[in-house]
Design a protein around this ligand. Structure first.
Ligand SMILES: [Zn+2]
Length: 191
């Protein structure tokens, strides 16, 4: 069995303010009792993370099992994604047209995928990229596109929780408020 993760991505954090926001986000989570301030060996692939706090259940929809692992905070320009698999399609922010990236059998549709793959690479290198919609022919910022299963999020700050039950919408709203009312995305998956 792989490890599951849920990453709360702050879509409005910038390169410059991500470290400060990381600290204030962590402070809020600790104050709420959702994670502990200390660092322990509780996150896959990194030596130290913040383990679940005494009131972790406040953050989840159904507390039917205990989170086994902790929180890792990611700062810096990051292509957040859902781990295993990929987005089957992307949705244009202008025309809401769906651009299929894979067939129903999960064969990649190269011609459709290529401009997105290039844009993701460019965004990773520079922090800016656009994709022209094959349907309406308008170019949109890569970060404005939406994805099948919310597979991708592009940003500078992510709170990555390992092996927690699914977060509740009210927790995500409160967390967003604690971060100054920023727009948040939830990316989840398995490694
Ligand atoms: Zn379009």
């Amino acid at each position: 069995m792989g490890s599951h993760f849920q990453t709360v991505v702050d879509l409005d954090a910038t390169q410059a303010d991500a470290p400060t926001l990381a600290t204030s986000g962590l402070d809020w989570l600790v104050k709420e009792g959702i994670v502990r301030a200390e660092l322990t060996n509780c996150v896959l692939g990194v030596p130290l993370g913040h383990p679940p706090g005494p009131l972790w259940a406040k953050a989840v929809g159904q507390a039917d099992w205990e989170p086994s692992d902790g929180l890792k905070i990611e700062t810096g320009r990051t292509v957040f994604h859902g781990g295993q698999g990929d987005a089957m399609f992307a949705v244009c922010p202008h025309c809401a047209g769906r651009v299929d990236l894979y067939t129903d059998e999960w064969d990649v549709i190269e011609a459709a995928w290529e401009p997105f793959g290039k844009a993701i690479e460019t965004w990773h290198n520079t922090g800016g990229a656009a994709v022209t919609c094959p349907r309406c022919r308008r170019a949109s910022d890569l970060t404005e596109w939406t994805w099948d299963d919310d597979y991708y999020a592009f940003g500078y700050l992510g709170f990555e929780f390992w092996d927690w039950p699914e977060f509740s919408p009210s927790f995500l709203e409160r967390f967003a408020r604690a971060l100054g009312g920023h727009r948040m995305a939830l990316v989840g998956g398995k490694f």
